[in-house]
Design a protein around this ligand. Sequence first.
Ligand code: TRP
Length: 329
Amino acid sequence: MTQTHRIVSGMRPTGPLHLGHYFGVLKNWTMLQEEHECYFFVADWHALTSEYSSPHHIRGFVNELIIDWISSGLDPEKCVFFLQSEVKEHAELNLLLSMITPLGWLERNPTYKEVKQELVSKDLNTFGFLGYPVLMSADILMYQATMVPVGQDQLPHLELCREIGRRFNSLYGKFFPEPLSQLTQAPKTPGLDGRKMSKSYNNAIYLKEDPAQLKTKIMSMLTDTDRRRLKDPGSPEKCNLFPYLTLFDPGAEYKEIREGCLQASRGCVECKKLLVTMAEAFLEPIQKTRRELEKDPDRVRAILDHGTELAQRHAAENMQKIRELVSFG
Ligand code: TRP
């Protein structure tokens, strides 16, 4: 029998979710919810580390995120959804952990350095941004999580979390387990232009993508840029579109399509039309649930409030024990 884990993971509410989130994160979460105790939360304080100059956008994305989660198959009966900023204990634990976190650990963090270099449009020279992994550690350790599903870029943060937890345990007494990381097996979802799918590259297909817009996006995709005319043989390996077919239907080999492309007997428009059909079929049930939820904002709110209450109770209990260990109880 597999071990049951307590799982904690979060997402920053910075925009609507796209296929990259679905295949990279949500699909994994929906599998985990079947076997483990899951806490999934909206990391709005983490969003504030980079969005502090326009914080009013964050609020609006919170409900959107919950709608995207549920319509992608996450079940609020099986997992706890909560809003980070409503569980104030996270801020208190963040403060306690910040006392024992050496600056060098934070400054050396490769993700910190990379993001700071990439996001030049924002001034990330702040105390809050440097402390991002400390707050993340508080999120995880608060619930004594044993497993954290994350993307590759978050691994250094998780390593820091383990080190901070270890340090706390050795200073004040053992309380925090060492959370394991769980990396999603899925390969990176390519965007419409072949680069990684990302809102900032403007190459994403959103889960709430309007069908007409979906069609336009797919029909104007660049396929194999070396294949100029129908009679030129193409190469599925160089094609931006081909990997999408396997994404939607991982079991299929698409031998005929592959051959047709290589022998120039099949045109790109045919593949595009096929992809439109597949993407529509994939998004249809997701969007159906979304429409239902959009009609019932009170239900969405109630789900989040209920989960937040559960998380609050758990956090309050653990926080009291943590205070006592630090002689502040
Ligand atoms: N940093 C994560 C991200 O950007 C979000 C996050 C915040 C998180 N706190 C967490 C993920 C705790 C896992 C566990 O993707």
